[in-house]
Design a protein around this ligand. Structure first.
Ligand code: ZN
Length: 281
């Protein structure tokens, strides 16, 4: 059994009291699929139940050493929160999530029983999970630090092999970079992302993501510099992502737009919205 085993339904032991099960939803946006983490022993917390798929929920229950008492959701996107209601119905577990109101592509049927925010701690008989509010991918995004092992259940804040989507208005590039930076001060041993395998060492992982984003930002700014009459988001995408697969073109447009909004907030670009021309300042 390998840390890189993402066979749907297979329980992979990552550390004492931590198992990972990958949901059967691989794709451009999800990599091998959404990871669900089963945490604890005599009683269990499930982090990101994943998609609402009976086989996946069966696998979660089979991997849980004890009764599932809590369901923690990193953020309300359908591939993370979609299975929460069905898993709660099967187990009687309470659903915990951040209270931010819905924006963007959210699961509108999702309801939390308990609200979590920065600094809250969720305790079971043999686990402690500390909540870190990490807005950026979405405004409601939480990471959960497993105090026993230092694993950070990172949701979509950092992902292995897939680029995190920052789609305004729910996604915010300024908040995202700040949320990456702050994690450098936390006692994290490794990231356990919702997509892909464990990532470490933490500061190097964070620096790589931050550097990649700032390089993209510089490229966006350079295109604006080269086009003093103004240029639209789609034309910037065509220059910076010439080989992007067609299904990902709208995602790339949102990424560029997120960079433009950051540049505008810093007084380095001007433009109205995703459909308008943008210029350097
Ligand atoms: Zn997401």
């Amino acid at each position: 059994m390998s840390d890189e085993d993402f066979t749907p339904g297979r329980a992979v032991d990552l550390a004492p009291g931590v198992r990972r099960i990958t949901a059967p939803n691989p794709g451009y946006m999800t990599g091998p699929g959404t990871n669900t983490y089963v945490v604890g022993g005599d009683e269990v917390a499930v982090v990101d139940p994943g998609v609402d798929d009976t086989g996946h929920l069966d696998a979660i229950l089979a991997a849980a050493p004890g009764p599932v008492r809590r369901i923690l959701v990193t953020h309300n996107h359908p591939d993370h929160a979609g299975g929460a209601r069905a898993l709660a119905a099967r187990t009687g577990a309470r659903i915990h999530a951040h209270p931010t109101p819905l924006q963007g592509v959210r699961d509108r049927d999702f309801r939390a029983d308990e609200l979590l925010d920065e600094g809250d701690e969720v305790r079971g008989a043999d686990y402690r999970l500390r909540c870190l509010h990490t807005p950026g991918h979405t405004t409601d995004h939480l990471c959960f630090l497993h105090e026993e092992t230092g694993l950070l259940f990172a949701g979509d804040h950092v992902m292995a092999g897939v680029t995190v989507v920052i789609a305004p208005p729910d996604g915010d590039m300024i908040a995202y970079l700040a949320s990456l930076e702050r994690l450098k001060r936390e006692p994290i041993a490794a990231f356990a992302p919702a997509h892909g395998g464990l990532m470490r060492p933490p500061v190097a992982v964070l620096d790589e993501v931050i550097t990649h984003r700032l390089e993209r930002e510089a490229q966006v700014r350079a295109v604006l510099d080269a086009e003093p009459a103004g240029i639209g988001v789609d034309d910037i995408v065509a220059r910076l992502y010439p080989d992007v697969p067609e299904p990902l073109r709208p995602v790339a447009a949102y990424q560029v737009y997120a960079h433009l909004l950051k540049l505008r907030a810093e007084g380095r670009a001007r433009g109205e919205d995703i459909d308008s021309p943008w210029r350097a300042v």
